[in-house]
Design a protein around this ligand. Structure first.
Ligand code: SF4
Ligand code: SF4
Ligand code: SF4
Length: 584
């Protein structure tokens, strides 16, 4: 490889030709502040916070580190008096139009702008002039846009483009430039898939997830209500990050203890319904194969993906499994089977879910999601919102003991745990399909070909002597590749496909803890978080969904067989073709 030698603050490093000063600085262990930069996604050099002094033999000049390429013998100084002054001026210019409401801002203490202002001692702006005022956009179930806090970094635009959605972009010009939807439509009138990826990359409080925790507190304080909570597979692998724990720490036991101390009457695990999803979905696949149904069948666990399909491929909805997502299946079982066992009127149950996903807030309001005649799930909060509830309650999370989920809807298998990573649903389905089709209790349950964080994976698996071709996609962009191939006649011969709306699957969902961009640029969050789930799976005595005791009990006590009439009524749903734009 063609390498170049450069010095960063006197530290000699050798980096490949084509590297930027920011790349070289990171190699030297020097962090240069950034605001707009996202590695390989938003390298636009717009915010000017990353300025440094660079000497290529003609004296030091001020350049932007994130886009300026290194040259042989270049010397770079990242923190001179001149540079500190330049960064302070840039921050003051940003603050001149910024709504400085740190005391009540959702992102306070986790805001990249606030941290830089603190680091550089910038409290306010000496620049005065036109300050635009924007109305907040509350139009969707999942997020709030406050352009009064927007710094025009365009990271959200890049994230939405990566999802192959691109419903947000820059409107107007000059001082009037603002980020929003075309024709100033509110977000709910666009084909936004509710993935929340824009909220994860926003460095400020301009884009935040709609906070539903007050509704949860209200329910917890209502003596007439039984408040039941379920937590998605991936939340245990990420919640610890809200409390400074290392990325990839599995905090399942502490999470359960925290939920109990918050006052939930029952703490259940969405994992049980991930197992339920697998047996219903595997049964549906077998039925489609036997009866000449529509193939390939595509998973329907991810509401962001389902919405993507409804907006962008409405004529392909017949490929979607009709299974509800694990969140909704858990809600349905809680308000039917469990409610009857516990002797509680489902109307008096408040069913709360803790999810990695912002699209779940949309999903709970979908039609055809009320098995007991009332919504399956009443309130869906994200991992970040649960973190805030634990903080407000004054619980010392890291000091909590490890506790276990309540029975019976807290029992699960390793197959359910890996639902939180891309490829996990596929692997869980293959484990069950292999046992069902061979009639054996197979011990080799690791399907490495569908693991890993690649956006698109393909594999051929041999089950009972037959080669089955499968595909796994995560992100809107990957979904587009898969769906375009299906439209072209499925040339790769796939039989079963897993699609998740977020890159890397739920471990990287829009509701997960926000790590600063320099961490996102340098750590493979998807892989580290997924490892926590695969490690848990490997340590579990039961690793196939159909072996779950609670699933066996449900089908013997409650449902009339896999895919039977009752199961179909409670656990399956329908989809709608959606119009992309509604002009208000
Ligand atoms: S976006 Fe950041 S700087 Fe602005 S009000 Fe919120 S916390 Fe403060
Ligand atoms: S939620 Fe997803 S689809 Fe909607 S604007 Fe944000 S990134 Fe785009
Ligand atoms: S909304 Fe956030 S991510 Fe988007 S441009 Fe504004 S500050 Fe940047």
């Amino acid at each position: 490889m063609d390498m170049l030698n450069v010095k960063i603050n006197g530290i000699a490093v050798s980096v490949p030709r084509g590297s930027t000063i920011l790349d070289a600085a990171r190699t030297a262990g020097v962090e240069i502040p950034t605001l707009c930069f996202m590695k390989e996604k938003n390298e636009i050099g717009a915010c000017r916070i990353c300025v440094v002094e660079a000497n290529e033999g003609r004296g030091f000049r001020v350049v932007t580190a994130c886009v300026y390429p290194v040259s042989e013998g270049m010397e770079v100084l990242t923190n001179t008096e001149k540079i500190q002054k330049a960064r302070r001026t840039t921050l003051e210019l940003i603050l001149s139009t910024h709504d400085k409401k740190c005391l009540s801002c959702e992102r306070s203490t986790n805001c990249e702008l606030q941290k830089l202002c603190l680091d550089y001692g910038v409290e306010d702006s000496t620049f005065e002039g036109f300050k635009p005022h924007y109305e907040l956009d509350f139009s969707t179930a999942h997020l709030v846009r406050d352009n009064n806090k927007c710094i025009l970094c365009r990271r959200c635009v890049a994230a939405c483009r990566e999802q192959y959605v691109s419903v947000i972009g820059a409107n107007d010009r000059g001082i009037d430039t603002n980020i929003g939807q075309a024709f100033n439509l509110s977000l709910n009138n666009t084909p936004c898939i509710s993935c929340g990826q824009c909220t994860v990359v926003c460095p400020t409080g301009a884009l935040t997830v709609k906070n539903d925790t007050d509704k949860v507190w209200e329910a917890l304080n209502d003596p007439e209500k039984t408040v039941v909570v379920q937590t998605a597979p991936s939340v245990r692998a990420t919640l610890g990050e809200c409390f400074g724990m290392p990325i990839g720490t599995n905090v399942e036991g502490k999470m359960v203890a925290a939920l109990r101390r918050l006052g939930f009457d029952k703490v259940f695990d969405t994992d049980f319904s991930a197992d339920l999803t697998i047996v219903e979905e595997a049964n549906e696949l077998v039925e489609r194969i036997k009866n000449g149904g529509v193939l390939p069948m595509i998973t329907s666990c991810s509401p962001g993906w389902v919405k993507f399909c409804e907006f962008y491929y409405p004529d392909m909805l017949k490929h979607l499994s009709t299974c509800k997502s694990p969140q909704q299946m858990a809600g349905a079982v809680i308000k039917t089977y469990w409610a009857q066992k516990a002797g509680i009127d489902p109307k008096n149950i408040v069913s709360v879910s803790v999810m990695p996903c912002t699209a779940k807030k949309f999903e709970i309001g979908r039609a055809d999601q009320s098995a007991a005649g009332v919504p399956d799930v009443d309130i869906s909060i994200t991992t970040r919102e649960l973190g805030k509830m634990i903080e407000r309650a004054g619980l010392k999370f890291t000091a909590l003991p490890d506790e276990q989920f309540d029975s019976p809807l807290g029992e699960d298998t390793g197959a359910a745990v890996i639902f939180g990573a891309t490829g996990g649903v596929m692997e869980a389905a293959l484990r069950t399909a292999n046992d069902w089709l061979t009639g054996k209790d197979n011990t080799d349950v690791d399907y490495h070909a569908v693991r890993g964080t690649a956006g698109l994976k393909e594999a051929t698996v041999n089950i009972n002597g037959q080669d089955i071709k499968v595909a796994v996609g995560s992100s809107g962009s990957a979904a587009k590749v898969i769906m375009d191939k299906l439209k072209a006649g499925n040339p790769d011969g796939w039989t079963f496909i897993e699609i998740m709306g977020c890159p890397g699957g739920c471990v990287n969902g829009g509701g997960q803890p926000i790590q600063p961009q320099y961490i996102r640029d340098t750590v493979d969050l998807k892989a580290v978080r997924a490892k926590a789930l695969y490690d848990q799976d490997a340590s579990m005595p039961l690793r196939k969904s159909h072996e779950s005791p609670v699933i066996k009990t449900l089908y013997s006590e409650w449902y009339d067989g896999f895919g039977g009439h009752k199961a179909h009524h409670d656990l399956h749903t329908s989809y709608v073709a959606r119009k992309k734009f509604n002009k208000e």
